[in-house]
Ligand binder design. Structure first.
Ligand SMILES: Cc1ncc(C[n+]2csc(CCOP(=O)(O)OP(=O)(O)O)c2C)c(N)n1
Ligand code: SF4
Ligand SMILES: [Mg+2]
Length: 351
């Protein structure tokens, strides 16, 4: 992968987080994507979210597939673990990694081609199994890296840059994610950092399968007025169901949030999500209503953004499988090999 290293120079008075790290400590190499690509804005939001959460970069594992979107982990968190897998196969690699080491924070970055076309099966099984991760799709409706063919999220009738019309029905990843059992499902827009950063923070804090579909215009192949993935279209058809802020569990809830205007949802790990409701009275914890609402707004040509569904008490893959609580590489020889008596008991149970 081509990449340009960033100069080490930094302003001496950059803001520091609780760990004493600056923004620069969460950056990666210089992006080689097209100027104006939505994916770069998403990388910036990931950097901001990790900085604000004061995450030690070495505790993060960032994994991806193949595509312009899947190249982006090179452009953030250079001190984190990284794995650039095969096209559409990021979910199975994350599943294996999380089973081997449950203590890392897993961030899967994918594209609409990577997850809705070749990797649809992998996407489905990862979410239905409740893999504890943040799964982020940078959705531009095209295969950007291979020069703009329609992906499975492109709308029926939408036109390619060369004028060809798409005949197939689109796949709506957020609807599928809710249906499959993801316990945190959100949609956002790369150009809306104020909404995207808190959503990424909340997804990272969530202890289950958290999915974010982020509309991310491809300025090279899909940013014309007829495309629902263009900057202009999303800006004029965006209906935000809620504005989200994350209150980390180690901080007190500040008093300046007026009572009655907010809904605070407590997650399983004690972290709190603060939802500012609009007049639609949207309830993110009601799965059936979330699905109906999505279908209704979609039929009206609107793109609903915000936290669309949340199970505040999620169960993840480790709980379902009853795995050991320690990362596998920290298990001692006696834990790995409990002795002949235990082996004999296991064998006897199988006879
Ligand atoms: C198995 C396999 N099939 C096809 C390709 C060719 N290929 C590379 S990237 C890509 C599509 C990427 O689209 P998307 O995931 O939407 O990412 P984007 O570039 O739009 O961000 C394709 C088809 C490949 N690398 N491997
Ligand atoms: S081709 Fe599209 S998706 Fe790829 S870097 Fe350029 S603008 Fe971004
Ligand atoms: Mg794409």
């Amino acid at each position: 992968m081509t990449y340009l290293a960033k100069p080490k120079l930094r302003h001496p008075h950059l803001a520091q987080n609780a760990l004493g790290y600056t923004h620069r400590d969460y950056e990666g190499s210089v992006s080689t994507l097209c100027a104006g690509c939505g994916h770069d804005s998403i990388s910036a939001a990931i950097i901001q979210a990790c900085f604000e959460l004061s995450i030690p970069p070495h505790r993060v594992a960032k994994l991806s597939g193949i595509g312009c979107s899947s190249k982006t982990p090179a452009y953030f968190l250079s001190a984190s673990h990284g794995f650039n897998s095969v096209h559409g196969r990021m979910p199975s690699v994350v599943t294996g990694a999380t089973l081997a080491n449950r203590d890392l924070i897993y961030l899967g970055v994918s594209g609409d081609g990577d997850s809705a076309s070749i990797g649809l099966g992998q996407f489905a099984h990862c979410l239905r199994r409740g893999v504890n991760m943040t799964y982020l799709v940078e959705n531009n409706g095209v295969y950007g890296l291979t020069k703009g063919q329609f992906s499975a999220t492109a709308d029926k009738g939408s036109k390619s840059k060369k004028g060809a019309g798409n005949q197939d029905s689109p796949i709506d990843l957020v609807s599928i994610a809710i249906l499959l059992g993801a316990s945190f499902v959100a949609r956002s827009f790369s150009g809306d950092k104020a909404q995207l950063v808190p959503l990424i923070k909340a997804a990272i804090e969530h202890k289950g399968a958290a999915f974010i579909d982020c509309i991310s215009p491809c300025v090279a192949f899909n940013n014309h007025p007829d495309s629902t993935k263009s900057y202009d279209y999303v800006r004029s058809h965006n209906e935000a169901v809620n504005y989200l802020d994350v209150i980390e569990s180690r901080e007190e809830i500040s008093a300046h949030y007026a009572p009655g205007t907010l809904e605070v949802v407590t997650q399983h790990d004690g972290s709190l999500l603060k939802l500012r409701k609009l007049e639609t009275d949207y309830d993110a914890t009601d799965k059936l209503k979330a699905m109906t609402f999505l279908q209704e707004r979609q039929a009206a040509g609107e793109i609903v953004t915000g936290l669309l569904y949340l199970n505040p008490d999620p169960e993840n893959l480790h709980e379902r499988l009853g795995t050991v609580t320690k990362p596998l590489n920290t298990l001692s020889t006696s834990e790995l090999c409990p002795g002949s008596a235990t082996l004999e008991a296991v064998n006897a149970a199988l006879r």
